[in-house]
Design a protein. Structure first.
Length: 189
């Protein structure tokens, strides 16, 4: 091997420098892997593992006794009433006398759910205009799309259009996508 090393090193100074660096790095890495202390050398390092029991004793001495601990009085948490489903007497009555469910507050859905979905998913493209997506709040970019009607926007967002993938999936319902569309359209109007 020494012949091969001498042959390799004698070709040019760069080879010699690289070979010397390799041998030096190999020697350092081998010595760094050695976990045995040198004979006669005592380690003066104090490791945290060696002081765990001492730290636990100090903590026990300084900690207050359980019976001496005082906790401030707190008021009970407020109870939030769940929305009740409309009973038969609460149903709206249609002109023909048949019971019809009361209308849902779609405006709240568009604001809350739409904003939430926009911030989770839509913002990735619509904040910066990635892949020609109309930017959030850019009236000029949204105008031709809004002119096609909300149903077209709903369909494109739900099922996908051009470079935009379908947004309805196992995690996102069609109603949530419609709410996000309404949220973005409102910002551009």
């Amino acid at each position: 091997m020494s012949k091969a090393v001498s042959k390799l090193g004698s070709k040019n100074p760069l080879s010699t420098a690289l070979l010397t660096t390799l041998v030096l790095a190999l020697g350092i890495s081998i010595s760094a892997c050695s976990s045995e202390p040198e004979a006669g050398a005592e380690s003066e390092e104090i490791l945290a593992v060696d002081r765990v029991d001492q730290a636990a004793d100090i903590a026990r001495q300084l900690a207050p006794k359980a019976e001496d601990m005082k906790f401030p009085a707190t008021a009970p948490a407020p109870v939030v009433a769940a929305e009740a489903t409309p009973a038969a007497g609460d149903m709206a009555v249609a002109a023909d006398g048949a019971a019809a469910p009361a209308a849902e507050p779609t405006e709240d859905l568009a604001v809350n759910v739409g904003a939430e979905l926009y911030n989770k998913k839509c913002m990735a493209c619509h904040a910066a205009g990635v892949l020609n997506a109309p930017k959030y709040g850019d009236a000029a970019a949204w105008a031709p799309r809004i002119a096609k009607g909300k149903e077209t926007l709903y369909t494109h967002a739900s099922k996908g259009f051009n470079q935009m993938n379908a947004q309805v999936n196992a995690e996102v319902s069609e109603e949530q996508v419609h709410a996000a569309v309404d949220y973005m359209v409102a910002a551009a109007s």
